[in-house]
Design a protein. Structure first.
Length: 593
């Protein structure tokens, strides 16, 4: 099994992610972070918790020590919240917060107000929380966001402006304020609050407001206007930070020449900055200027990440000897800053280069941290490649025992692939059927079982699974293509297959697998001249042996037999055991290869 480089390789890139989420999610995160630092000053009944995992169990004192009104409101809030009546629960929780000196009581009132979307209640409860615990940043942030969501933008921006004025690093304070504004529920309120902030807050230079508004527009989903402002800010009041921001937005808009120019301007002031070098190299890679990308990586002091990226780029450029040298340099790094990450990347690059024994040894060093279970998956792949299916399956069981749902699904998919490659499609179907009993809507589990079912000649099950996926997602090009290809390759339902494959092609016209299907269904319909156009495009993108065999058969049918025979000679030499290649050879040439 070869790693598909475009799907698998992790490349270090400065990826932009919009942080705009629902205000409730943002605020919940703030509350949880703030709650960890709260120290209560008294023991008393707490108001109803936002959820069972957010509030600690209150320590109760005797009734004689507790204000009876506080006790009444706290218990009423707890009962009403348990019944799902959050509106009335908040009213009691807020009254309890006013009577209590415990910041946790106020925090829980804020959480209940958030649950019902009562932003006036959020502000009131957060103000009480702030009064009881003035050192907490979360309370102030909740007040600001609550005001913005009520349309009280002047009051909110006034608070943000004061904070910016008191900050030691005003640039960072502007950034934090802008992200807070961007979390507003309504874009109009966010923009109005920012305009008010721009009028009230101090600025250090002429580019500050443009840079911050660019960030806001990006968060709100207006990438083009965000880039225009970022570019203007970087031009009129250049700083390295603004140049990098303009570069990131240019890349996000796929304007790679502009991104490259901005990164190079930023690097002019910091030529040995590794992060900037890797960002520049990735833009060059996107532009297919691999030699320059490699030169950019080699221009900075080597460390784990630059050496790893260098090895990947050299591998992609098919400069395998140099990639091997980069790997050996990576493997020789002493005392890396992050040993587990270093071991994983060294193993991954070794696997790409087919240094399988080395890859296994490096992966085995990854015994903790976020890459530990992924290292087990890679070790299972290596074991499967070597034919040790038992060891591979044991490693995959270890992944599932770790409890990560996403990696657990990956482990089942990998086990299915290993079973297919081992010629055990019936067992593959059985394994995935067990998993699908627990996860009946797992799209890729259904897709994988369909492929196994085709190999097992269970076409009814394959069609059932693929149609189930299409029913859930009518724009799943992979499922549309797989069903269409199966119908035209294994049945006489060619017209039905054509409709499915044409739809897949509309969704993803550059996918070589879909192009192959487009050609093959036309060939099966007796239209080889049309088929040739698609198959040649598919083969140009991906020299997959099955695509090559299809192309050779079409060439043979079009009486271009010398070309067909030459292609089959190359295919049979490179893939002597590939079933489609062997079958095509035997049918066309009429002898054993």
């Amino acid at each position: 099994m070869q790693i598909k480089i475009a799907d698998k390789l992790p490349i270090f890139v400065w990826k932009l992610r919009r942080r705009k989420q629902s205000a409730l999610i943002v605020l919940a995160a703030l509350l949880l972070a703030a709650c960890a630092g709260v120290e209560t000053t008294e023991s008393e009944p707490a108001a109803a918790p936002a959820s069972t995992d957010q509030a600690s169990e209150p320590v109760r004192r005797s009734a004689d020590d507790i204000d009876p009104d506080l006790l009444f409101h706290a218990l009423a809030a707890e009962r009403l919240a348990a019944e799902g009546n959050d509106f009335e629960a908040f009213e009691h929780a807020y009254q309890a917060a006013l009577l209590s000196e415990n910041p946790e009581t106020a925090r829980q009132a804020v959480s209940l107000a958030m649950r019902v979307g009562d932003w006036a209640g959020v502000v009131a409860a957060a103000e009480r929380w702030q009064a009881l615990a003035p050192e907490l940043e979360a309370a102030e942030q909740l007040i600001v966001l609550g005001l913005i969501n009520q349309g009280q933008v002047d009051a909110a921006s006034g608070r943000l402006a004061r904070k910016i004025g008191q900050a030691d690093d005003r640039s960072e304070a502007w950034r934090e304020a802008t992200l807070m504004v961007a979390a507003a529920e309504q874009d109009a309120n966010a923009l109005a609050a920012f305009d008010a902030l721009a009028e009230q807050a101090p600025v250090d230079d002429s580019g500050q407001v443009m840079e911050s508004r660019s960030l806001l527009l990006w968060q709100l989903g207006n990438a083009a206007e965000a880039y225009a402002l970022a570019s203007e800010a970087a031009d009129s009041a250049p700083t390295r930070r603004r140049q990098v921001w303009a570069a990131q937005l240019a890349a996000a808009n796929e304007d790679y020449p502009a991104a490259l120019d901005w990164y190079r301007q930023a690097r002019a002031t910091a030529p040995e900055d590794r992060e900037l070098a890797m960002a520049e190299a990735e833009v060059l890679r996107q532009m297919d200027r691999m030699d320059e990308a490699i030169a950019a990586l080699r221009s900075v002091p080597a460390d784990t990440r630059t050496l790893y990226s260098l090895g990947l780029y050299l591998y992609q450029a098919e400069r395998l000897e140099e990639a091997g040298a980069a790997w050996r340099e990576l493997a020789a790094v002493e005392s890396p800053a992050e040993p587990m990450q270093h071991a994983f990347f060294t193993g991954f690059l070794a696997e790409l280069l087919e240094f399988d024994d080395d890859a296994e040894q490096w992966y085995a060093r990854v015994v903790e941290g976020p890459d530990a279970n992924r290292a087990l998956l890679r070790r299972a792949t290596l074991a499967g490649r070597s034919g040790d299916l038992m060891s591979a399956r044991n490693l995959l069981r270890a992944v599932r025992l770790a409890g990560d749902a996403e990696l657990a699904e990956e482990s089942w998919l990998l086990e299915a692939e290993l079973l297919r490659d081992a010629g055990r499609p019936d067992e593959c179907v059985d394994v995935l059927s067990e998993v699908l009993r627990e996860q009946p809507s797992g799209v890729w589990l259904l897709y994988s079982r369909a492929l196994c079912a085709v190999d097992a000649d269970n076409l009814d099950l394959a069609e059932q699974d693929l149609r189930r996926i299409i029913q859930m997602d009518g724009e799943n090009a992979a499922a549309l293509n797989a069903l269409g290809y199966t119908l035209t390759d294994r049945t006489r339902r060619h017209s039905e297959a054509l409709s499915l494959i044409d739809r897949a092609y509309e969704l993803d016209p550059d996918d070589p697998a879909i192009l192959d299907s487009m050609g093959w269904v036309r060939f099966r319909l007796g239209r080889p001249a049309e088929a040739l156009v698609y198959l040649e495009r598919a083969h140009e993108i991906d020299q997959n042996p099955e695509i090559g065999a299809h192309l050779a058969e079409v060439l043979w049918t079009l009486d271009r037999r010398d070309e067909a025979r030459s292609m089959l000679d190359e295919l049979i030499e490179a893939h002597p055991e590939h079933a489609v290649v062997v079958d095509t050879w035997q049918r066309l040439i009429g002898s054993e290869p």
